[in-house]
Design a protein around this ligand. Structure first.
Ligand SMILES: [Zn+2]
Ligand SMILES: [Zn+2]
Length: 262
């Protein structure tokens, strides 16, 4: 048993309503593994899709509420909203009120490339600039429900990710995280810490992303954990890694976002 368990809630999980998840994944799929992972609360945060409408993502709300009667694991109903630079947000205060919380994803670079075929993201500098500017846009969102930034400053699917991170100096990061703290956006302790898209150390963690968390902590941010699992295979065994990353960044219980405390 871990002495000081920080990672007791995983608020970034997908089910088969996310088009990128296997058809077999449901909220229930994660429940048998929560106890061994030390997880007491899970948050289902499926993607929102403009072409399918809000109703599509909302359809699992009742099932998740009903599932609560059959498990001691606490369940939250959230969503993952993309934010694309120069485009209006997918949610406003009224539509966001259907969710317990919202994860804002400002760094889905693959979709940014898809949406903006004329958007020049041909160098690490340009991707870095977009990643930072879109993070700041996410900070300014006012959705009226608890809001967090998922996989912060993780340029998903962009090439040269380590080079992109290496060019983010302390001042840039300080500006981003000060803004997040001021606007009460929780910072996610995410799978990007152990995914091998960047250089990992002997603990299997990314020193670059741990440095980011340390700066976010200095800036007064709140934090939550999110494995971004799309199936149990990417859920099992990951929370000890997320917790270790938080410890190395000096994050303590009092630094956690309210929904991340159980
Ligand atoms: Zn995402
Ligand atoms: Zn996700």
């Amino acid at each position: 048993m871990r002495l000081e368990a920080l990672c007791v809630a995983d608020l970034h999980l997908h089910t088969n309503l996310s088009l990128c998840a296997p058809s077999t994944t449901t909220a229930e799929s994660y429940l048998p593994y929560c106890e061994q992972e030390g997880i007491k609360r899970i948050g289902i945060s499926n993607h929102l899709y403009l072409h399918l409408g809000l109703e599509y993502t909302l359809q699992s709300c009742e099932q998740i509420r009903a599932l609560q009667n059959r498990t001691s694991v606490q369940l939250l109903f959230g969503c993952e909203m993309e934010l694309h630079y120069g485009r209006p947000p997918m949610l406003d205060r009224q539509s966001a009120s259907a969710f317990d919380y919202v994860l804002v994803a400002p760094s889905h670079i693959f979709n940014q490339i898809h949406h903006y075929r004329d958007f020049d993201l041909s160098t690490p500098e340009k991707v870095r600039h977009l990643t930072i500017e879109n993070f700041k846009q996410a900070c300014y969102l006012d959705l009226g429900v608890p809001t967090a930034i998922c996989h912060p400053l993780y340029p998903i699917c962009a090439p040269d990710q380590q080079e992109i991170l290496d060019g983010m100096d302390d001042q840039m990061l300080g500006e981003c995280y000060t803004l997040a703290a001021r606007h009460e956006k929780s910072i996610e302790i995410h799978a990007c810490l152990y995914r091998n898209t960047v250089t990992l150390d002997e603990e299997g963690l990314s020193p670059s992303y741990i440095r980011m968390l340390s700066i976010a902590k200095e800036c007064g941010c709140r934090f939550h954990f999110g494995s971004d699992a799309h199936a149990p295979e990417t859920f099992i065994g990951k929370h000890a890694l997320l917790e270790r990353a938080a410890q190395r960044a000096g994050i303590r219980w009092e630094d956690l976002w309210q929904p991340a405390r159980v």
